[in-house]
Design a binder for this molecule. Structure first.
Ligand code: PEP
Length: 259
């Protein structure tokens, strides 16, 4: 029997500020006391240092329970790459996780599976935990390519990072058609893909498959979370819109605690 703890991760995208972090920390103070779930907040990277300081100075009891992460990173370590932020820089300012391969990065910033695999490698080389996002578009689902697309996304990570790639990683299943649309996958759809992902990892390592957290992301909110989180291969959520409302985010954490 696995001892996987639920992880509730907030992806703020290009939203939020230090004040939102303050609201969320105030809201979560009493929720996280018992260490029964893990919570992660991924603000825009510019805010990481200030939010880390706020956490340590004003919310000390939360600071070893609530982690901070970034939404992307450079595939490069250093050099002439204007505008980029390396894993080491993000780590210095409080990140311990990084989201890689979010569908918005893939679609809007042309990140191919190869680029995502490089970014995944950049995380591992800095001891940062990658949260690898995989998921199909609506067209891919309707043409029954869901599993093939996800398998290719996972395979390209293994080709670059080896069979141990997922030993220190999180995977998030995020159907593209469910992100920010208000139309979540059903719990059955989520479970089917999560099981497929865990089986893929099991072919590399049974131990890693048992330990790895597989999050669901795509229009999770307090009214659909309980059913999704109750699925055997769902270990929490990557939350976009609902992570910007501190009361809703807290509710999602409470649902995970009792899932
Ligand atoms: C996301 O961007 O990762 C996400 C899941 O967004 P939302 O919850 O708004 O669908």
């Amino acid at each position: 029997m696995s001892s996987r703890q639920y992880l509730i991760a907030a992806n703020w995208k290009l939203n939020g500020n230090t004040e939102l972090a303050n609201e969320i920390f105030a809201e979560l103070q009493n929720t996280l006391v018992d260490n029964s779930i893990e919570v992660l907040v991924c603000p825009p990277a510019l805010y990481l240092g200030g939010i880390q300081a706020k956490l340590q100075n004003d919310y000390q009891p939360l600071s070893d329970k609530l982690k901070l992460g970034a939404q992307t990173l450079s595939a490069y370590q250093q050099g002439a790459y204007t505008g980029e932020l390396s894993g080491a820089m993000l780590k210095e300012f409080g990140a311990s996780y990084v989201i890689v391969g979010h569908s918005e990065r893939r679609a809007l910033f042309s990140e191919s599976n190869q680029v995502v695999a490089e970014k995944f490698a950049a995380c591992l080389s800095q001891g940062l935990m990658p949260i690898l996002c995989v998921g199909e578009t609506l067209e891919e689902r309707e043409t029954e390519q869901t599993f093939a697309v996800i398998e290719q996304m996972l395979t390209s990570i293994v080709e670059r990072n080896g069979v141990e790639a997922f030993a220190n990683a999180v995977i998030a299943y995020e159907p593209v058609w469910a992100i920010g649309t208000g139309k979540s996958a059903t719990s059955e759809q989520a479970q089917q893909v999560h099981k497929f992902i865990r089986q893929f990892v099991a072919k590399l390592s049974a131990v890693t498959a048992d330990n790895i957290k597989i999050l669901y992301g795509g229009s999770v909110n307090p009214s659909n979370a309980a059913e999704i989180f109750a699925q055997p291969d769902v270990d929490g959520g990557l939350i976009g819109g609902a992570s910007l409302k501190s009361a809703q985010f807290k509710e999602l954490c409470e649902i995970a605690k009792s899932a």
